[in-house]
Write a protein that binds this ligand. Structure first.
Ligand code: KIV
Length: 265
């Protein structure tokens, strides 16, 4: 399969094709995403909740992200993979941010990094893109700021909030971001921002007018109890796994597994 690049994403957007992005956290998931025709993958810091058992994304470290992203790359050598910069890997100083983004690209094989933040991060995004690091922005609901926001809330319902989202999107585009995640903003604002930008918008809970959509793989597959409104469950993989493991446990206990077929003479 041909390697997907930033220019592939631009071409698809220009051709009016919706872009499909999904999170992946390990080699098996990335292989399955590729087989399913997902355009590009995000190794999200949502790994904190979906794989590592944390309540939010804040405890996720660079080490966590490096290990998971390298695994995703091993499962999908041709995929376009975005490395999500974890909390406090880019906020403290630009030097830190450049160092960490460089390590991410050099050691995991990721194609780009993503960071949460608007106009206040435009100078950093400019520095990164100037150094050859493709950057995806992330505005609207920013989970790394959950403590400050006082929860996970829709952003941009009022005029001032909507103006700020638009201003942030334009500043990130101007700074050289190749795409922007719009998380949980009203549908009409998602449309307005998408129309105002040349670069693709990738929505999550921001309506169908975005250039593409991103979803968390465990939400799509029904692997956790958590059911966010912005996601649709396309399968109940969690229940399927539970049932399969119950059958295994029953069969070991009642002696019907292993059979002669599973044994060596
Ligand atoms: O970490 C993540 O999965 C994300 C998506 C929700 C966009 O940032």
């Amino acid at each position: 399969m041909k390697k997907v690049t930033v220019s592939t994403l631009f071409k698809r957007k220009a051709a009016g094709e919706k872009l499909v992005m999904c999170t992946a956290y390990d080699a098996i998931q990335s292989r399955i995403c590729m087989a399913a025709g997902i355009d590009f993958m995000l190794v999200g810091d949502s790994v904190g909740m979906t794989q590592l058992g944390y309540d939010n994304t804040l405890p996720v470290t660079m080490q966590d992200m490096l290990a998971h992203t390298a695994a995703v790359r091993r499962g999908a050598p041709e995929a376009f993979i975005v490395f999500d910069m974890p909390f406090m890997s880019y906020q403290e100083s630009d030097a830190d941010a450049m160092h960490n983004a460089g390590i991410a690209l050099k050691t995991t094989g990721a194609d780009a990094v993503k960071l949460e933040g608007g106009a206040e991060y435009a100078p950093l995004v400019k520095k990164m893109t100037g150094a050859g690091i493709p950057v995806m922005g992330h505005i609207g609901l920013m989970p790394q700021r959950v403590q400050v926001a006082g929860g996970y809330k829709v952003v941009g319902r009022d005029e001032a909030g909507a103006e700020m989202v638009l201003r942030d999107a334009l500043a990130l585009q101007e700074a050289g971001a190749f795409a922007i995640v719009l998380e949980c903003i009203p549908e009409a604002l998602g449309e307005k921002v998408t129309q105002a930008l040349d670069i693709p918008t990738i929505g999550i809970g921001s309506g169908k007018s975005c250039s593409g959509q991103v979803q968390v793989i465990t939400d799509l597959l029904g692997m956790m109890d958590f059911k966010p409104r912005h996601a649709k469950r396309y399968a109940e993989v969690g229940s399927i796994m539970t049932e399969a493991l119950k059958s295994y446990a029953d069969e070991v206990r009642n002696g019907s597994f292993p059979t002669a077929e599973n044994s060596f003479q």
